[in-house]
Design a protein around this ligand. Structure first.
Ligand code: TIU
Length: 227
């Protein structure tokens, strides 16, 4: 176990490596590849694709340091029995009906090609993958018990989209007592305005939800552990 110190807003983020997890949220083809849920909702997916490379650098250094990683995926059972009617109705109205056929299989349905994580960030055996029916990664999942069993109290948070699943998860984590560090260049929204507002909301008011930093600062801090 070592002390990790990362330059951040509103001030330096500190955690113990043995009590910290890297959380990679919903880096699924459905949000980063053509014809998926994100694009069908009417969005440009170039910004969500752009975070794959910096997350890959962080993931690689994190694994090299032997630290704990958890991946999440948003999606539903094939019979959609865990998809609220409200969510289904709004997705269909927007032209991105959950469960409808698409070029990567049925949209946002577990087991389909589009639902899975992009090749560049493929989970390794031993890295938990948490399937979630909602935006927050704690809602109706075993994420909390996985983290507590492992003694995790701090989270380095990455993924998409910043204002939706990333933000909901940070808020849920904060209320449960976890300290969250969001890496702003490892998170994206389809519209930069949403990303910018969501990032600011995390660190304003003295870090009301947590801290914000960059992949570069985290990699530097991990490098200092080795030195
Ligand atoms: N993963 C996640 O953020 N799910 C979404 O539906 N995001 C949107 O921005 N739509």
């Amino acid at each position: 176990m070592a002390r990790l110190r990362v330059e951040a807003l509103p001030y330096e983020f500190e955690c113990d490596t043995g009590h910290t997890a890297l959380l990679i949220i919903d880096m699924q083809r459905d949000f980063c590849a053509p014809g998926g849920f994100g694009e069908k909702l009417g969005n440009d997916i170039s910004l969500t694709r752009k975070v794959i490379a910096p997350i890959q650098r962080v993931l690689s250094a994190w694994r090299e340091a032997g630290l704990f990683v958890v991946h999440t995926r948003e999606g539903h059972r094939p019979d959609l029995s865990d998809c609220p009617a409200s969510k289904l109705r709004r997705s269909k109205r927007q032209g991105a009906g959950i469960g409808d056929p698409g070029p990567m299989g049925r949209i946002l349905v577990r087991g389909e090609y589009g639902h899975d994580i992009v090749d560049e960030l493929k989970p390794l055996p031993g890295e938990p993958v948490v399937d979630k029916p909602g935006k927050g990664a704690f809602y109706q999942t075993d994420l909390d018990v996985i983290l507590r069993t492992r003694g995790i109290s701090s989270l380095v948070v990455t993924g998409v989209t910043t204002h939706v699943c990333v933000h909901t998860t940070i808020r849920e984590a904060n209320d449960r007592g976890y300290e969250c560090l969001l890496l702003e260049d490892c998170a994206a929204a389809f519209d930069p305005r949403d990303h910018e507002a969501a990032v600011r909301m995390v660190h304003q008011q003295g870090g009301i939800f947590g801290w914000v930093s960059t992949s570069e600062a985290l990699l530097k801090a991990l490098g200092q552990l080795r030195a």
